[in-house]
Design a protein around this ligand. Structure first.
Ligand SMILES: [Zn+2]
Length: 292
């Protein structure tokens, strides 16, 4: 129960510890931005990693605040909205008339969309082109689909070879955005190439990812998690003692049924979290909400 409560309300990165992501990428992890375990696990974190094997918890998570992307009826979290607005303005100034075609999608909207694809193409293909509800970055309010027209049928791989697609791939990083599903990385990301789908992770991390040698966001998050583990290993005996004291204090303040989402980490993954992550099988569609 204690293990389960420690994970409740989090998006835990299954890819961190046992996915098909290669173990080493060459880049020294100490050059990566510092992160806390909370940043890697909370659904509300700008860095939240979700993919077909790492569901949101709770599945029907809704961002606490969404804002309209200027000039559209579409919504994103404010940082992401600003980034997309800036990117679109600069793209237009550079001669590319790109529009935002899709942004935040609720759990229910995603469910309807997936069911529609499933009915049309069957389950296997639907899973390659659409997220099951609870596994879509659009539900985070941090992802947007960009394109030339307002028609979603225009979302094709060939967009990556258009002047606008090339411009997005080259400049997204300047706005804290990444092309989340790169060409040839389906084994790791779970999705076919989507040159139109950008995900906000913030300028610092977008730049660090570009410089890290990671080909995918899954790889980058794994690198961040590894650097967090290294820091824990390097911690001085005094720091380790303090961490133990913190952990005891934290437990004693819990009411036994609920853990505050703000109190799940002190900058390091807890030993028990790592144990759970290490031994859980990498099922598709598994969820961390075992307490529900
Ligand atoms: Zn998308």
């Amino acid at each position: 129960m204690r293990l389960a409560t420690a994970l409740t309300g989090t998006v835990l990165a299954s890819a961190l510890l046992f996915s098909t992501v290669p173990a080493a990428f060459g880049a020294p992890t100490k050059d990566l931005p510092e992160v806390s375990s909370t940043q890697l696990t909370e659904a509300s974190s700008m860095l939240a990693l979700i993919n077909p094997t790492t569901k949101l918890s709770p599945e029907n998570y809704t961002p606490s605040k969404l804002v309209d992307v200027a000039g559209t009826g579409l919504q994103l979290r404010s940082e992401a909205a600003q980034a997309v607005e800036d990117l679109l303005a600069d793209a237009r100034a550079a001669g590319h008339s790109i529009k935002i075609l899709s942004a935040y999608r609720s759990y229910d909207r995603q469910a309807a969309l997936f069911n529609q694809y499933q009915g049309k193409y069957g389950t296997a293909y639907a899973e390659r082109i659409s997220a099951r509800p609870g596994t879509s970055e659009h539900q985070l309010g941090l992802a947007a689909d960009l394109g030339y027209t307002n028609s979603l049928s225009e979302l094709k791989a060939s967009f990556g070879q258009t002047p606008a697609g090339i411009w997005i791939a080259e400049h997204a990083v300047d706005y804290g955005l990444i092309v989340r599903y790169p060409d040839g990385q389906e084994e790791i990301t779970g999705y076919k190439y989507e040159p139109w789908h950008v995900r906000y992770i913030g300028k610092e991390h977008a730049k660090a990812l570009a410089e890290s040698g990671a080909d995918t966001y899954e790889e980058y998050v794994k690198m961040l998690a590894e650097s967090l583990k290294e820091k824990k290993t390097e911690a001085t005996p005094a720091a380790k003692e303090q961490a133990k004291v913190d952990a005891v204090e934290e437990k004693s303040t819990k009411d036994g049924t609920e853990i505050s989402s703000q109190k799940t980490g002190h900058g390091v993954l807890k030993e028990e979290d790592l144990l759970v992550l290490r031994f859980l099988p990498p099922y598709r569609d598994w969820s961390f909400g075992f307490t529900e």
